[in-house]
Write a protein that binds this ligand. Structure first.
Ligand code: NAD
Length: 260
């Protein structure tokens, strides 16, 4: 019946925490969640910009809060999940999106460069998932969405050994958590975007126009992703539309991962 499909993509009154939510993909995901009816808490290490982003969402009529959190800190993640759940009245959706990259050829990569990316992009995702999972296990379940990358799937990149290890780790960890929690009401999935035109990437391409050409040549669709195209995959994974989907890394990549 048509009616069976009416609310599949709705996030009405669902409560979502989005890390790295002050800008870029995290903020786009939060905007899409608000459009689908959710209340959101943005978590970010950058206090000024996360407060400003939540205030802007509220100005647009959304229900949005901000919390300052470094996802690589066990204590700060625990506090952020607790405060988000308290201010929203619960937690149904966790998006572990915060991530950084520092590039260097493997032979030149310092341990600091390695550790920074692993700490934020892999350990940070584990801490967020573990804390949200603990909450959801005792509060009726939920949906967890981790931010991976095509760099965690394909090897067609250089200078990214730290980032590839972290993102590949995110996708592997996603499968294990999905199995562990499959019968306890929590789904865990990941999104693997190709290069997406966030402010950061746009800046990179402005500074070095050859980067745009490189990206466009390596993406079968011949263009970068748009933040809203990543955000709509997150809405799918958060909503009942994906109720039989768990442990997956969904590539949203204009065809990159099928072309090599
Ligand atoms: N933009 C792309 O093309 C692309 C492609 C594939 C994957 N990704 C992944 O998507 C995620 C978001 O990327 P983006 O392009 O929006 O990046 P971005 O740099 O625009 O935003 C990242 C946000 O994370 C925050 N952050 C950084 N370190 C943090 C920490 N320790 N704790 C909490 N917050 C922290 C930053 O302050 C920022 O607001 C990242 O995990 C990234 O690896 C992005």
């Amino acid at each position: 019946m048509i009616r069976d499909y009416e609310d599949l993509f709705s996030l009405k009154d669902k409560r979502a925490l989005v890390t790295g939510g002050a800008q870029g993909l995290g903020l786009s995901i939060a905007e899409a969640f608000c459009a689908a009816g959710a209340v959101v808490t943005l978590a970010d290490i950058n206090a000024e910009s996360v407060e400003a982003a939540a205030a802007e969402l509220r100005r647009e009529g959304a229900r949005a809060y901000a919390v300052v959190c470094d996802v690589s800190s066990e204590e700060q993640v625990a506090a952020a999940v607790a405060s988000a759940a308290e201010q929203m009245g619960g937690l149904d959706i966790m998006v572990a999106n915060a991530g950084v990259s520092t590039r260097a050829p493997a032979e030149e990569m310092t341990l600091d460069q390695w550790n920074r990316v692993i700490d934020i992009d892999l350990k940070g995702v584990f801490l967020c998932d573990r804390e949200a999972g603990r909450y959801m296990l005792s509060h009726g379940g939920g949906s967890i969405i981790n931010m991976s990358s095509i760099i965690g799937i394909v090897g067609n990149t250089t200078g990214n050994s730290n980032y590839a290890a972290a993102k590949g780790g995110v996708s592997s960890m996603t499968k294990v958590m999905a199995v562990e929690w499959a019968q306890r009401g929590i789904r865990v999935n990941a999104i693997a975007p190709a290069q997406t035109a966030t402010k950061l990437i746009e800046g990179l391409m402005r500074d070095n126009p050859a980067t745009r050409t490189y990206f466009e040549q390596h993406i079968p669709m011949g263009r970068l992703g748009k933040p809203c195209e990543i955000a709509s995959a997150a809405v799918f994974l958060a909503a009942d539309a994906s109720s039989f989907v768990t442990g997956q890394t969904i590539a949203v990549d204009g065809g990159v991962t099928i072309a090599f």
